[in-house]
Design a binder for this molecule. Structure first.
Ligand SMILES: C[S@@+](CC[C@H](N)C(=O)[O-])C[C@H]1O[C@@H](n2cnc3c(N)ncnc32)[C@H](O)[C@@H]1O
Length: 460
């Protein structure tokens, strides 16, 4: 009910193609206004006397609903028909934000149906939305997490998702089109194929890393929380936890205390892309991956890359390793939210600052290099600070300080995800219809310590 003074009512009816319940039919019969997408309005019986509103532009539709409910010439009954469970990435939020308290009759969510069609459990799945939101965050979640359901939108669908992931991130796609509708189709494909096929809206895409899913089962992992795993129980791990690879990159970033401070300034989380430039043994890269971020470790030395891969496997996380020399090698990497610079001069810091959407952390062992790093970050409009830090076990001789310079882009460090933040510059490789031959030269490989690839074919 909308207000104590009126008996007008607002109902949100979830629709998934199943026959309507008696309760839903009754509510529709007495509706004075029925609102919904074109396909939903076509799928339900609208009584002859009722007005209809096609929900294209959301604000206009919500205004019309408000107007109907606020009328004082008797009782008015509004039924909004929406897809799946309207309380899940749906219209219920917008109505509540307008002070409405709708009665909700949910149907099965498209995500629930998609996993059922694929015959998979989904309490361990991450569900992300690219519907009216940045595709980039969904892509990063798919890079980092083995089982992701992506709610898509025209222009941010299976093909766009596949182009962003292909070829560095091998995954299986289960594309579920028009679930419960007359054109329902469920197809299992590799991203390469998904880039070129035409796809029908609406669709949900399950993005699966079969090897990691199998490995989690083999390890007998049982979650207690749905969706993303909770953050790591421990971080700023001791140097001994990164046993493989070349000797450490000097003072820069390898001590646990220094790393703790750097991680605090990077703020890695699900949906982020983090670069660890001059990655050494991959300590920062691995810690960021443990927080759920997608990560690229950039390192020019092949032996060091081998060490990073071994450490990544030991920690059972996901990190892409890009062998090459910064800043040139950075050019074709996906946009980073945060960048750690453990190696390279001011030109590297500046190149990273130019691309970073949120923050850059530079660690140098030499006081003479601090001003160059500050200038590089400030030159790219980051609000920049620097500290000298020294940590040694109690009772031991004081350690030589290292210098941490960090910069944050205004308004992005604490803001919500998804819609806000600095606009991502349009870069051709992420969105253009590239073929393998056209892809820029990259030496990026995804490491997780498991072998095998997924099959292509139809789910049913
Ligand atoms: C705003 S969200 C609404 C999600 C909805 N509340 C649910 O529970 O399924 C819209 C997105 O849901 C997905 N979706 C909704 N209905 C679908 C259907 N019948 N088949 C496949 N995907 C669907 C599509 O990704 C679509 O772009």
């Amino acid at each position: 009910m909308t207000s104590p003074a009126s008996s007008s009512s607002l109902t949100v009816l979830g629709h998934d193609g199943s026959p309507l319940s008696a309760e839903a039919r009754e509510l529709l019969e007495r509706a004075s206004l029925v609102a919904g997408g074109r396909r939903h309005l076509a799928a339900v019986p609208v009584p002859p006397g009722a007005r209809t509103i096609v929900m294209g532009e959301l604000r206009a539709a919500l205004d019309a609903i408000d107007e109907e409910l606020d009328r004082e010439d008797g009782d008015h009954h509004v039924v909004v028909v929406a897809s799946g469970d309207p309380g899940f990435f749906g219209i219920v939020r917008a109505l509540r934000e307008r002070g409405r308290r709708p009665r909700v009759l949910p149907a099965l969510s498209s995500v629930q149906r998609a996993f059922a069609r694929a015959g998979l459990s989904w309490d361990d799945a991450l569900v992300v939305s690219a519907h009216g939101r940045e595709l980039r965050r969904a892509v990063n979640a798919c890079r980092a997490h083995p089982k992701v359901a992506v709610l898509t939108a025209p222009g941010a669908g299976p093909a766009e998702l596949a182009r962003a992931l292909f070829p560095q991130t091998p995954r299986t796609f289960v594309v579920c089109e028009d679930l419960g509708g007359p054109r329902e189709r469920v197809v299992r494909v590799r991203p390469a194929e998904a880039t070129t096929r035409p796809w029908r809206d609406p669709n949900v895409v399950l993005v699966l890393d079969q090897r990691r899913i199998a490995a989690a089962a083999a390890y007998g992992e049982r979650g207690w929380i749905a969706g993303a795993r909770p953050g790591p129980a421990r971080w700023a791990l001791p140097p001994a936890d990164f046993a493989y690879g070349a000797p450490s990159r000097g003072a820069a970033g390898t001590g646990a205390e220094i790393r703790a401070f750097a991680l605090a300034k990077l703020g890695p989380r699900v949906g982020d892309m983090v670069w660890d430039v001059g990655a050494g043994r991959g300590e920062i890269a691995i810690e960021c991956a443990r927080f759920g971020a997608a990560v690229v470790a950039v390192e020019r030395d092949e032996a060091a890359c081998e060490g990073i891969r071994a450490n990544v496997r030991a920690h059972r996380v996901k990190v892409a390793v890009s062998r090459g020399t910064a800043p040139a090698v950075l050019e074709h990497l996906p946009e980073p939210d945060a960048v750690f610079v453990g190696g390279g001069g001011p030109d590297v810091a500046r190149a990273c600052a130019a691309r970073a959407l949120r923050s850059v952390v530079v660690v140098v062992a030499d006081a003479d290099r601090v001003q160059g790093a500050i200038d590089a970050l400030k030159g790219e409009s980051l609000a920049t600070q620097a500290v000298s830090l020294s940590a040694a076990p109690f009772g031991a001789a004081p350690a030589a300080p290292v210098y941490v310079v960090w910069g944050e882009r205004a308004g992005t460090a604490t803001g919500p995800e998804g819609r806000r933040g600095r606009a991502v510059p349009q870069r051709p490789p992420a969105s253009a219809a590239v073929t393998v031959a056209e892809l820029p030269e990259m030496d990026v490989d995804e490491v997780d310590g498991m072998d095998g690839e997924s099959a292509s074919g139809s789910v049913r």
